[in-house]
Write a protein of this length. Structure first.
Length: 593
């Protein structure tokens, strides 16, 4: 058998779930589609390689031909072209490989992969939880944070801010959010991870009950570690602090409570608005109050802190915004905060949260824009009508709407919220499918700082942060989680074909993170192939997920992963681990069918 190394067969490195199907992608640099693509057992593939037997002459019991999709070149990408082939959903549990026979008789064989029930969940969730435990703030950092001072404050006032998770491979800060000086770019960080762990615990019990014994307690206990930190990180007035940041000096004396600007400039604007992590802190604490055990604080204390935070931000949210104007981020973060409070309390005790939730849902519904040409819609982000796009959480508005409809099904806007969640997710998929896209990587409606709105695969380099863009594994995992939630909570609003398409879309995002991408790199450290390290002084940890793949460094229509034309100091954009990636991945993989 003559092998063809340039026709790479890209698979999910950690295999596929039994009864779910999935896809493989064949790279065809010459643009010629394979004459035949088949799935065979791993043993048969190894025998063919060893004996040189051609694909045509092997009779296999398990082998079956796969439908070969069109040869596709993704617009602007200098990698490819590619051919996508769907695996059969009824493939029995076992180990397999895929073979592609080219018209000239040469054959390419994939790396072997497994098909097994809950296989991806079994291989990843324990690792990710171990990563979070390794990222816990401890030792000398935690001893310093027990008496955390405030930037620009010489009064001697301190806060016990121990606990929580360090933010990233090269940044030992702890953030509710950063980029808080922007209107629409703030990511949810520490509180998102705590909330996502609790949501993942519920999803796991529903979708993968066989794993609850091994993972449910660990998910709860790690989430409560985050909740305990959030209680400590709340001011007596009721607001939460934005973060502890040492300006990347790694000096303990520089660890102070502050909010950063670009170039490590620190400010004393450390009061977190809804979109600065305050909303997700309330949501995480309210959800933690419904857990089946206490952390360092009793569950009643979690609920008290959530109530106090909500009451304060309902009065003072705009006071903490740099421009005083709420955006779509405030709406979806406040919506989730209010809904989780309602879920944690008797409705008679949370009448103000019920009213706030319905108001915020109405705001999100009113923000949705549908173009006159019938193309995919988007959320208007702000008063200037910029489209909402996000590198870390584009799926969060959809999840907030669905959670609202789930907790308050008889609210005035509940059904409209559920319908909009479906429409918004389907519009993401329509936009994703509007160009040749064999990997199913999502596209957003974006607007660079210096240009008009457009549809694009990746976050624009020119944006209001002034410097921040990176791989978007958190963002695509959030969309996977949103797709799974739509299927679970609003599948009755979908046709059979649309349900199948959303299931494939959800799977495509996890497959991309786990190696089925143009670089054949598993972006989860310690698993699969092609793991990358960040920095010899700040190495990545097993179970963590790196920032990931971006647009090209100099050509934003292209695609890049640690490109040669990037300055040496920019490696963080691709190779650094960051906790929102792992938080969103936990929820997405637990929610997967």
């Amino acid at each position: 058998m003559r092998s063809r190394a340039d026709h790479r067969i890209l698979t999910g490195h950690l295999g596929y779930g039994a009864g779910r199907g999935g896809a493989v992608v064949v790279a065809v640099p010459d643009g010629v589609a394979p004459a035949r693509v088949e799935v065979v057992t791993a043993a048969e593939a190894a025998e063919a390689i060893e004996t040189g037997t051609t694909a045509e002459t092997i009779a296999t019991a398990a082998g079956r031909d796969l439908a070969i999709g069109p040869v596709q070149t993704v617009p602007g990408w200098t990698v490819g072209p590619f051919v996508r082939c769907e695996l059969p959903p009824d493939l029995p549990a076992g180990r397999y490989a895929v073979r592609a026979l080219a018209p000239d008789g040469t054959t390419a064989v994939s790396q072997p992969f497994a098909v097994e029930p809950d296989g991806v969940q079994r291989q990843t969730m324990s690792d990710v939880l171990a990563y979070f435990k390794a990222m816990r703030s401890s030792g000398e950092i935690d001893r310093k944070d027990r008496t955390a001072a405030f930037f620009g404050d010489d009064s001697g006032r301190t806060v016990d801010a121990r606990g929580g998770w360090l933010d990233a491979s090269g940044d030992t800060s702890k953030f509710l959010s950063h980029l808080t000086y922007t209107r629409t770019m703030s990511p949810q960080q520490t509180p998102l991870c705590a909330w996502a762990m609790l949501a993942a615990r519920d999803a796991l019990a529903e979708q993968h009950p066989a794993l609850t014994r091994s993972l449910s307690t660990r998910l709860r206990d790690e989430a409560l570690w985050g909740a305990d930190f959030l209680v400590r990180f709340q001011d007596p007035a009721g607001y939460f602090y934005v973060g502890i940041f040492d300006a990347l000096t790694k000096q303990l004396d520089e660890r102070v409570i502050n909010a950063p600007l670009p170039d490590c400039v620190r400010t004393d604007r450390y009061q977190a608005a809804y979109r600065h992590g305050g909303g997700l802190a309330i949501a995480a604490l309210a959800r933690a109050s419904r857990a089946d055990d206490d952390g360092d604080f009793p569950r009643a204390e979690y609920l008290r802190a959530a109530r106090a935070g909500f009451a304060h931000l309902e009065k003072h949210n705009t006071d903490y915004l740099w421009d005083g104007a709420e955006t779509v981020l405030d709406d979806y973060c406040a919506l989730l905060a209010a809904v989780e409070l309602v879920a944690a309390e008797d409705h008679t005790d949370s009448a103000d949260a019920v009213v706030a939730a319905d108001r915020r849902a109405a705001n999100l519904i009113a923000r949705y824009r549908r173009p006159a040409d019938g193309g995919p819609g988007w959320f208007a982000a702000d008063a200037e009508e910029r489209p909402f796009f996000h590198a870390a959480e584009p799926g969060l508005p959809i999840l907030a709407l669905l959670r609202f409809a789930e907790v308050l099904p008889f609210a005035r806007h509940a059904e409209a919220a559920r319908e909009l969640a479906v429409e918004a997710l389907c519009d993401v998929v329509r936009r994703t499918d509007a160009v040749p896209n064999p990997f199913g990587y999502p596209r957003q409606r974006v607007q660079p700082l210096d240009g008009p709105a457009k549809d694009a695969f990746f976050f624009p380099h020119s944006n209001e942060t002034g410097y921040w863009w990176q791989g978007e594994n958190a963002g695509i995992a959030s969309l996977s989680a949103a797709a799974a939630a739509v299927l679970r909570q609003a599948g009755d609003l979908l046709t059979d074909d649309r349900r199948a398409r959303l299931a494939a879309f959800a799977d495509d995002q996890l497959a991309w993170i786990l190696g089925r991408n143009p670089f054949d790199a598993c972006l989860l450290a310690g698993r699969g192939r092609g793991n990358v390290d960040y920095h010899s002084d700040f190495p990545n940890l097993p179970g963590g997920i790196v920032n990931g793949i971006t647009s090209g460094y100099t050509d934003e229509n292209d695609i890049a992963f640690l490109p040669a034309d990037a300055p040496e100091g920019d490696g963080w954009r691709w190779a650094e681990q960051w906790i929102p990636h792992t938080g969103w991945f936990l929820l997405a993989v637990a929610s997967a069918s």
